[in-house]
Unconditional design. Structure first.
Length: 141
C-alpha cells in the first residue's frame, strides 16, 4: 500500500522532513517513489512547501497519508476531512476483525475443542482406573 509520509533528513537535533510517497514496506528514510515537498518543524511557525497537484494525484490513486503527513496536508489545505475517511485506523481494523460471522466461527471452534476435550477426558479416566486394578491384582498373587 502506498503511503504519503515524512522522510527525516537534516542533522542530529535539527530535524527536517521531506514529504514523500513510498510503499509502506520501505524503510522510513529509504526508497520512495516521489518527493512531494518539504516540512520544517523548527521554523516559526512550522512551514511546509508542498506540490499540491501531485499530492492530490497520489491521494486519488489511493495513497494513504500517515498521521503526521495528514496533519501537514490539512494545514496546507490539500486534504479535506472526507479524503482519508475510507482508511481504517488500527483500532477500527481490529474491531472489524471481530465481526459477528467471525465471532460465531470462533465460538463454534471453541465449542468443538471443548467437546473433543470432554470426549478424551472420560477415556483417560477409565484408563487411569484400569491400571490400579491391574496393579492390585498383581500384588494379591
Amino acid at each position: 500500500m502506498l503511503r504519503i509520509r515524512l522522510r527525516r533528513v537534516g542533522k542530529r537535533g535539527q530535524a527536517y522532513y521531506r514529504v514523500v510517497v513510498a510503499d509502506q514496506r520501505f524503510p522510513r528514510d529509504g526508497r520512495f517513489l516521489e518527493s512531494l515537498g518539504a516540512y520544517d518543524p523548527h521554523a516559526t511557525p512550522p512551514t511546509s512547501n508542498l506540490d499540491a497537484d501531485r499530492a492530490r494525484h497520489w491521494l486519488s490513486k489511493g495513497a494513504q497519508p500517515s498521521e503526521a503527513a495528514e496533519k501537514i496536508l490539512r494545514r496546507a489545505g490539500i486534504l479535506n476531512g472526507a479524503a482519508v475517511a475510507d482508511a481504517p485506523t488500527a483500532a477500527e481494523a481490529e474491531a472489524e476483525a471481530d465481526t459477528p460471522a467471525e465471532a460465531e466461527a470462533t465460538e463454534e471452534a471453541a465449542a468443538e475443542s471443548e467437546t473433543e476435550a470432554a470426549d478424551e477426558a472420560p477415556a483417560e479416566a477409565s484408563e487411569g482406573e484400569a491400571e490400579p486394578a491391574l496393579a492390585g491384582e498383581g500384588t494379591e498373587s
